[in-house]
Design a protein around this ligand. Sequence first.
Ligand SMILES: NC(=O)C1=CN([C@@H]2O[C@H](COP(=O)(O)OP(=O)(O)OC[C@H]3O[C@@H](n4cnc5c(N)ncnc54)[C@H](O)[C@@H]3O)[C@@H](O)[C@H]2O)C=CC1
Ligand SMILES: O=P(O)(O)OC[C@H]1O[C@](O)(CO)[C@@H](O)[C@@H]1O
Length: 392
Amino acid sequence: MKAIHFGAGNIGRGFIGLLLSQSGFEVTFVARNEKKVQLLQQQRRYSVMMANEARDTELVRNINAVNSRNVEKIANEIADADLVTTAVGLGALEHIAESIAAGIELKLRRDNRKPLHIIACENAIDGSTQLKRRVLKHIPEELRKVMEESVAFPCTAVDRIVPAQADDNPLRVTVEPYFEWVIDCSSMLEGFPEIEGVKYVDDLEPYIERKLFTVNTGHCVAAYYGYLEGYETIQEVMGDAKLRRRVINAMKETGELLRAKYHWDKDKHRRYIERMARRFSNPGLRDDVLRVGRSPLRKLSLNDRLVRPAMQAHRLGLGTEHLVEAIAAAMMFDHREDPEAVQLQKALLARGADEVVTQYMGIPQKHALHQTITSQYYKMKHQYRPAIASRF
Ligand SMILES: NC(=O)C1=CN([C@@H]2O[C@H](COP(=O)(O)OP(=O)(O)OC[C@H]3O[C@@H](n4cnc5c(N)ncnc54)[C@H](O)[C@@H]3O)[C@@H](O)[C@H]2O)C=CC1
Ligand SMILES: O=P(O)(O)OC[C@H]1O[C@](O)(CO)[C@@H](O)[C@@H]1O
């Protein structure tokens, strides 16, 4: 069984590569960094350490690597693969689409009808569908129909916290022990070799929304308030009782929405929220506020972890107070080295919150949340202005 994985970063090595290798796949990483490519090619293995007391360590074997610029080699690898996975960041999907399309085209021209599954393991709703849309642009018209018979793009929800690594060994990666990987099997082709540890479901929406609106919402709320209060790590933020309460309140708010939509048991979901909060606090990890808050424009977009639950909750007449405050806090994220934070701050400066809420969050001006978010932002800006002004 052969898998090609795009992105030899934290989640690529610490989660996807690990589970695929444990399931018997030969994994070839497609990576941008030539040094990393060479190391992976030389060592053909790396280790994944658990952030638990025992520091349990797993060895990932049977791996190889190819440089992302070598489109011909990538296409050859994909042409006879069973699986392609990605963890490159949502914004980078467009950069890998052409290589994936080249592989699919080669496979079809060789008349290889073995099923190929392509799964975008990014933090997003419908990540694989978004990738498919980009890949299709590079597939010749005459192959598109036949492609559907042997190539599928099932969507997924991937959950494991893998912070930025500070390790002398550039391949080793430390991860939390917890993980959840759910794949939508309703769009899968027959004969797919199963990945150990993956849950296959017919309806992904409850799983992806539970993950995105709890883990990712809660985590970014911790990051944005933590940033405003001058904390460096999520662990520090969770140690501040006032901020921890804000994080939990946001997750409770999305929890009310999720329970209304999916009729979940109240106690069970409360325990899930508590478990997520414990994960954020894991003392065995150091997770930077800047990593978890990265790319604020993506995180503030209509279908992501803040605005989507707020819009849905509002539609159902449920509370949105904590989400609105978190959205305003996200708008204050002005880290100079984050290109999206810079773009956001420039837009706020040039055009004001009104337009930013419409343009980047996709909330129409006449929507009630538009007004609430805008006023909350100006209120918060007033409150935190001295700290922010010294940063940006
Ligand atoms: N780190 C985490 O805990 C989790 C991350 N994710 C998602 O996984 C994705 C990756 O996140 P991380 O691993 O944290 O980021 P990362 O920055 O550690 O890894 C991304 C990797 O993709 C590579 N990359 C970017 N463009 C590429 C291209 N064109 N070709 C080949 N490689 C390319 C980068 O060089 C980097 O090594 C994101 O979408 C994130 O939302 C999902 C769940 C957990
Ligand atoms: O990877 P993103 O979408 O920028 O957001 C960071 C998020 O990814 C995770 O690492 C895992 O889902 C969370 O820790 C965090 O909420």
